[in-house]
Design a protein around this ligand. Sequence first.
Ligand code: SAH
Ligand code: SF4
Length: 411
Amino acid sequence: MPATIDLTNPSARPARPHAPKVADGMPTLIGMSRDEMVEAMADAGVPERQRKMRVNQIWHWLYIRGVSDFADMHTISRDLREALAARYTIARPEIVEEQISNDGTRKWLMRFPPRGAGRPVEVETVYIPEEGRGTLCISSQVGCTLTCTFCHTGTQKLVRNLTAEEILSQLLIARDRLGDFPHKDTPQGAIVPAEGRKVTNIVMMGMGEPLYNFEEVKKALLIASDGDGLALSRRRITLSTSGVVPGIVRTGEEIGVMLAISLHAVRDDLRDELVPINKKYPLKELLEACRTYPGVSNARRITFEYVMLKGVNDSLSDAKELVRLLKGIPAKINLIPFNPWPGSAYECSDWETIETFADFVNANGYASPIRTPRGRDILAACGQLKSESERMRKTDRLALEAMMIAGHGAD
Ligand code: SAH
Ligand code: SF4
């Protein structure tokens, strides 16, 4: 059985370096750019000539040491810590639930306080450990405005965009829980070396369309890749989009991370149906944006995600057309076995069909790994994330488990 830990019960919280507290509605320093933080220092009464230096110190405490309480910032005077704590918070959001799959995949349900007049929102984040790396799958929105027909998130209306702080908090919480930050009593400088870290990669493939929340996603990813802080290489950060063409060039120019495209169909009529944003940005425009993606090269290929739907997009002629379409684009193809959810209208392609498709694409020079579904027992797979506001009923959950047992001998 997978383990579920109710983290709202304090006695269930294992000891960890920085116990999270519910953020209390104050403005937060997490997610601020360095320039914004300089202004926050001014606000807290720091003399102008010291502001940059203080920001560097705080940046180190927040993103290298992972502290979530001003009191732990030992290199900063008590007066300044108090002045900051009176105006700002650096507390973590609440973790409502942590689930650990039989295969080591972890899923956290986090609750973020309301913004303005809204209600608190809940967001899922998934960690997938693999040989030699660990990937964190981060959400950018609660729900999604788009309605891809095979995606569970697409059945949920957009509740709201996440802020840069909330996007970044998903990474900070994962690092807290996985022990990727040093214990607060470790001497200064004794940080977790990059090669020993659990979270080595991040993918913007959780809930939501990241390019419909561009500014906040950009802010969060620039902080995640800042060399004096969390220091994740931009080559280890992948942003997945359903094909918001104007956001693609901006992603390359302004964020510089790796790109993944949810392609899923090779003809406009079918893609209009599966990924309806195709009506606005059809295949020709989408592929042109990929061909000219800033920084694209054989060493920095674009990933094309392709969900395998039985009898819908999985024929050999689809595979041939795929190869033809991608000609001239440095690409790899990621075949995703469809993950069913209750009420979904599709079935996953047979294993032989997926292999035949993969073999053809491979033989034509494209790496085309088949993504192994992970964390199925905790519903952590792609396209299955859905927030607490519309949680699955127990009967649905049982029906889904039965579907998985019946339909997937392959993994
Ligand atoms: N909105 C972005 C990122 C989130 S979805 C996007 O669409 O790219 C991450 C990936 O999971 C996308 O490729 C998406 O199409 C795919 N996906 C969604 N539902 C799925 C399902 N039920 N089974 C398999 N993959 C799915
Ligand atoms: Fe939104 Fe991506 Fe799901 Fe489409 S696949 S509905 S864009 S989350």
